[in-house]
Design a protein around this ligand. Structure first.
Ligand code: 8QM
Length: 405
């Protein structure tokens, strides 16, 4: 075996556009093709390298020295192109600049800091499920009334947002997640609202706009202590508003879709509601709500026989890695008995999702409430995707339920 080829060969080239509607709608066939083509492939359409196997995606995520985020984690190279908004201090930064904002947000969103929310969110979830069952009956759009409704009921309050304009949160996130991709029709469709939505979000990040007891206020308190500069605080709040809404909405939708299509797994959760957390992680592995991110090579890097040039963009297919048959047995199966840890749906390494405990708490509250009240859950119609360059997202998820007695 010649594992260490002295002269890097040119990798297999694939001409498909992963951001074309057909692949966003149904990404698995292209993911399979990319994984099978090789450990590193070339995407001719965008002049970037791509990784779809778990081993290489994982290795790239944990090697922030060779693969930076500061040049942007989308297709655009911030060293040559002006970003659509000031870069995120978390997502689009590298150590050492990344360290202080990361530490602050990690503390604000730590499991211990969330404990006081847990009981309240459970009650909200129980009330929501009860209201849906009485008001909607046995058939409803689980995307609208559960996956969208629940995070919007708990998260903006937890941040400390005011009551006005909350309907801007999802469109703003949708725009931000589209912006990581190429400037295609999805980005064009958002263009006319960029100014208005950005202005609203930026206004919400000011100290005066935030209540005194939320995540936002705690970020500002960190600035008062000198852990952040006053200029950094609003950008860290902006990260919460960008990364904290659409992700959980579509992540919860992924979990509901998984259960609606796997009745035996629903029965397993009903028998043991304490599986709600692992079920959510398995749903994140199985659907990968965040499908892709880019890195930029800081130097020439040889990976599995391919030389990635300094400055080159690398597209990581998180969703493909999360179903790599080399890493996962029966990778395409949603299965509560597996251990999904090691999935890259929340990333890995220094940037691994800092809000994952918030997401898990939301999921635990909603899934537990449902498991107690719903005996059967099934699709009542064809689910519809909403297309986004980065998020595997939903437009509707019609379900039929049989309430437990
Ligand atoms: C994706 O603005 C940000 O800091 C930010 C935006 C999007 C994400 C993360 C952070 C991964 C969920």
């Amino acid at each position: 075996m010649t594992e260490t080829a002295a002269v890097p060969a040119s990798p297999p080239t694939i001409d498909a556009d992963p951001f074309a509607a057909e692949h966003l709608e149904n990404p698995e066939p292209l993911h399979r093709q990319l994984r099978e083509a090789g450990p590193v492939v070339r995407l001719s359409r965008y002049g970037v390298h791509a990784l779809a196997r778990h081993r290489q995606v994982h290795a790239t995520l944990v090697d922030w020295q060779s693969f930076q985020s500061g040049a942007g984690v989308g297709l655009a190279d911030f060293r040559h192109e002006k970003p659509w908004r000031p870069p995120s201090l978390l997502l689009e930064a590298d150590p050492p600049h990344h360290d202080a904002p990361r530490r602050v947000l990690r503390e604000v969103l730590a499991p211990l800091a969330l404990r006081r929310l847990s009981e309240e969110w459970q009650t909200v979830a129980e009330d929501l499920v009860e209201a849906v069952l009485t008001e909607q009956g046995r058939e409803f759009d689980a995307f609208d009334v559960l996956a969208k409704a629940f995070p919007l009921r708990v998260f903006p309050d937890a941040v400390g947002l005011g009551p006005h304009g909350r309907e801007n949160l999802l469109p703003y996130g949708n725009m931000a997640f589209n912006a990581f991709g190429p400037r295609n029709a999805l980005v064009e469709a958002d263009a006319r609202r960029v100014g208005e939505l950005s202005a609203w979000v930026n206004t919400q990040c000011a100290r005066e706009a935030l209540s005194e007891d939320g995540f936002g206020a705690r970020i500002w308190a960190a600035a008062d202590r000198g852990d952040l500069t006053p200029a950094q605080a609003p950008l860290v709040v902006r990260s919460l508003l960008t990364a904290g809404v659409d992700t959980t909405v579509h992540g919860l939708a992924a979990a509901l879709y998984a259960f609606a299509t796997h009745p035996e797994q629903w029965q397993r959760l009903r028998a043991r509601p304490e599986l709600a957390r692992v079920a959510f992680d398995e749903a994140v592995r199985w659907q990968s709500p965040v499908q892709t991110f880019f890195r930029t090579a800081t130097t020439d890097v040889d990976m599995a026989g391919t030389r990635i040039p300094e400055g080159g963009k690398i597209l990581m297919f998180l969703g493909a890695a999360n179903r790599d048959p080399v890493r996962w047995s029966a990778a395409d199966r949603f299965d509560l008995t597996r251990d999904p840890s090691g999935h890259v749906g929340f990333g890995m390494g220094v940037h691994q999702c800092v809000g994952q405990h918030v997401a898990r708490l939301e999921a635990e509250a909603l899934l537990t409430a449902l498991a107690h009240r719903v005996e059967r859950l099934e699709l009542a119609g064809e689910p519809r995707r909403h297309l986004n360059n980065t998020l595997r997202s939903w437009a509707s998820l019609p379900v039929r339920v049989r309430p437990a007695r």
